[in-house]
Design a protein around this ligand. Structure first.
Ligand SMILES: *Cc1c(COP(=O)(O)O)cnc(C)c1O
Length: 364
């Protein structure tokens, strides 16, 4: 299947650069953002009924938003160009300047959103470390500032990431999230989930979106990661929250017009690309197994979903390793200090994963 969908997108067909053609033949395990839309997804996009979404008149966007809200049992949803935007909007709506946000130090909203929390919301962060990017209710409780203390910043938001990217695709236990949610209610704090890869967590834990919808004031989910869409993320919450979110999206320049073509890809993916994530998790386990046999690997993070993080032995140079893999047409990402990452997805087949496993085993 994957060979076919990439054939459909072969850059040589439109006469593009040598670099693009070169990337096209690689086994690209850098990220699940590199997926290309399948033929069926493109057909759904081509056939999408369209309108002007800034006027609320794009039927495909409205359908996607309603579908997603219903899946999570939440009141409303908002389609946005990126997961960075859905997270940033949530932070903006939930906070006031000078507030404090409790999250893990691995949080995407802190590490990978260009300082957006400071830029857009003028908030500061209070970090929790360890445990593969997952935080506990006790750790949160210990960091909530007393509401009456004018010396301390006002704690207003708790943020979790599920799965956690920097934590190696780690997943929360539902029970822990329930406890954090109860704690937030008790202290009148908002609770946001960065669920860029929430579908991976739901599939791995065999849980339903509805269970999660009950626990959060807002959830951000990406369509452009493992679900294989070219663009798009959804922000979910109450009707009042989404009304405010719409204002912020407008200010950020995220109001799009006939973007129903993108939303149609999202609706297609929610129907056809969720259950198959289990295959991506299997592929990640195969890579983990291959790495376990490699003497040059110092450690591997526990693999729960589609991300495999491992560490090279000191003395092994990260760049040299990446170059050797590249010579074999395999791409992965270096996260610094000998920390490396594979992400499996629908454009890398099980056969290609086996091929990578063979290459890994032969390296010494
Ligand atoms: C990818 C990702 C996002 C959103 O990224 P965009 O590229 O802006 O869509 C947010 N959080 C996490 C954990 C991610 O992996």
């Amino acid at each position: 299947m994957s060979g076919f969908q990439r054939e459909n997108c072969n850059p040589e067909r439109v006469g593009v650069s040598a670099k693009a053609s070169y990337l096209y033949r690689m086994i690209d395990l850098r990220s699940d953002t590199f997926t290309l839309p399948t033929r069926e997804m493109r057909e759904a996009m081509y056939n999408a009924p369209l309108g002007d979404d800034v006027f609320g008149e794009d039927p495909s966007i409205n359908a996607l938003q309603e579908k997603a809200a219903a899946l999570f049992g939440m009141e409303a949803a908002l389609f946005c160009p990126s997961g960075t935007m859905t997270n940033q909007i949530a932070v903006k709506v939930h906070t006031r300047p000078g507030d404090e946000i409790i999250c893990h130090e691995y949080a995407h909203i802190y590490n990978y959103e260009g300082g957006g929390v400071a830029f857009n919301s003028a908030c500061q962060m209070r970090f929790i470390s360890g445990n593969r990017g997952l935080i506990t209710a006790d750790e949160v409780a210990a960091r909530i500032n007393p509401a009456h203390d004018i010396h301390a910043a006002r704690t207003s938001l708790v943020e979790v990431e599920n799965t956690c990217n920097k934590g190696g695709g780690s997943c929360y236990e539902l029970e822990e999230l329930k406890q954090i949610s109860a704690l937030c209610k008790q202290h009148d704090l908002k609770f946001h989930m960065d669920g860029a890869r929430l579908w991976n967590a739901l599939v791995a834990k065999k849980e339903t979106p509805e269970t999660y919808g009950q626990l959060f004031d807002s959830i951000s989910i990406c369509l452009s990661k493992g679900l294989g869409c070219p663009v798009g993320s959804l922000l979910l919450g109450s009707t009042g929250f989404i009304r405010e979110a719409l204002r912020v999206r407008k200010k950020l320049g995220g109001g799009m017009r006939q973007a129903g073509m993108l939303a149609a890809a999202g609706s297609y993916a929610l129907e056809h690309h969720v259950a198959r994530l289990a295959e991506d998790h299997l592929k990640a386990r195969r890579l983990q197994e291959a790495l376990e046999d490699c003497l040059w690997v110092k450690a591997i993070e526990r693999v729960e979903t589609n991300i495999v993080i491992f560490y090279l032995h000191p003395g092994r140079e990260e760049k040299a390793f990446l170059d050797r893999m590249k010579e074999q047409d395999i791409l992965l990402i270096g996260m610094g200090q000998g920390k490396l990452r594979f992400v499996t997805h629908l454009d890398v087949s099980m056969e290609q994963v086996d091929q990578v496993a063979e290459v890994l085993k032969k390296l010494n």
